[in-house]
Design a protein around this ligand. Structure first.
Ligand code: NAI
Length: 335
């Protein structure tokens, strides 16, 4: 099976090397085909990504992406936005799970957020009515809402999740969020075995910081999904470990949520965990659940033990040595 790998900018190359080494150790039949993309590539070329990248994703359907930056003031459209539009990746899915050994006020958080990724205020339809009045248009369609809500319920069904909660502000935005909530309720009827409820976004924020364990799977329109994704990442100690996938009808692009960390790029200090956990999601979705579980076990054991991790989380290893420690565990489990 071939997977497109986009290492990206800054620490992207180092953390991608870590994924490739782990992939070898896990002995999957995944072969990575690498394409350059991002600000560093654009500094020597007229394009933000290497020729053939879009065709390769179209053909292989699966990509693993490192962080990419967009050169400012050169007229380039962010590669993330381009990929989202080109491949209609309508769902952004982020699991948020507590990790033993990572400092946080909360224990046993286990949420999965389904953020609608294609419409809402992020369509960027804005204009000036006059010099002192700006309009932004919020678009919510039944089709896009139906797709993301179904994705959330299907995930809940497949993974034995108990409840799906719709996040909205339909009390104020009666038409747009009203439609989102209405479609959520319609789809929920098709899944009587799964509990469903809804929560106004501001109330959700308050409830989540008091007791996140009252929630399970969450589904939200684009803007609220963006905000609650970061809020929930904060519940487990920050964005450093957040894996994610952008899913379309055909194409899935897996990526870590953090940026290119230029301050530590090339110093062997990068923590590859988020990209490795994104790669583990890729394994889950492609019939390699056992190997994904082995990888997560190795990562979580090392983080819990503390010293054999990277400096950003209190360990004393570099990116390469931490990767080797993960690989040693994988081999010890007899993969
Ligand atoms: P950042 O996430 O790159 O860095 C913030 C801080 O976290 C830095 O101190 C950095 O050293 C640290 N950090 C981040 N990831 C780390 C890792 N894996 N291991 C150890 N330390 C880590 O955020 P920043 O500085 O706002 O963005 C830098 C660039 O990345 C920008 O050009 C931004 O546009 C781009 N970016 C790209 C994203 C993507 O492609 N999905 C997402 C976020 C930012």
């Amino acid at each position: 099976m071939e997977v497109v790998l986009i290492p990206g900018d800054g620490i992207g190359k180092e953390i991608s090397e870590s994924v490739k080494a782990v992939n070898n150790a896990l002995d999957t039949n995944i072969e990575f085909i690498t394409y350059e993309a991002g600000a560093e590539y654009a500094s020597n070329h007229d394009s933000l990504f290497a020729e053939g990248l879009l065709e390769a994703i179209e053909e292989k359907k699966i990509a693993l992406k490192g962080p990419t930056a967009t050169p400012i003031g050169k007229g380039f459209k962010s590669i993330n936005v381009q990929l989202r539009q080109q491949f209609h990746t309508f769902a952004n899915i982020r699991p948020i799970k507590s990790i033993d050994g990572i400092e946080s006020k909360y224990e046993n958080v286990d949420l999965v957020i389904f953020r609608e990724n294609s419409e809402d205020l992020y369509l960027g339809i804005e204009y000036m009515c006059d010099n002192d009045t700006a309009h932004g248009i919020k678009i919510i369609t039944r089709l896009a809402t139906n797709r993301i809500v179904k994705e959330a319920f299907e995930y809940a069904k497949k993974n034995n999740r108990k409840k799906v909660t719709c996040i909205h502000k339909a009390n104020i935005m009666k038409l747009t969020d009203g439609l989102f909530l209405d479609e959520f309720r319609e789809v929920a009827k098709e899944y009587p075995e799964i509990e469903s409820d809804d929560c106004i976004v501001d109330a959700f924020c308050m409830k989540a910081v008091i007791n996140p364990n009252q929630f399970d799977v969450l589904v939200a329109p684009n803007l609220y999904g963006d905000i609650i994704s970061d809020l929930c990442a904060g519940l487990i100690g920050g964005l450093g470990f957040a894996p994610s996938v952008n899913k379309g009808e055909e194409v899935s692009i897996y990526e870590a949520v953090h940026g290119s960390a230029n301050d530590i790029a090339g110093k062997d200090e990068a923590n590859p965990t988020a990209l490795l956990l994104s790669y583990a999601m890729l394994l889950d979705d492609n019939s390699y659940e056992d190997k994904a579980n082995i990888l997560r076990r190795a990562i979580f054991e090392l983080i819990k033990e503390g010293d054999k991790t990277t400096k950003d989380i209190g360990g004393n290893l570099g990116c390469k040595a931490y990767t080797e420690a993960i690989i040693e565990r994988i081999k010890n489990y007899g993969n």
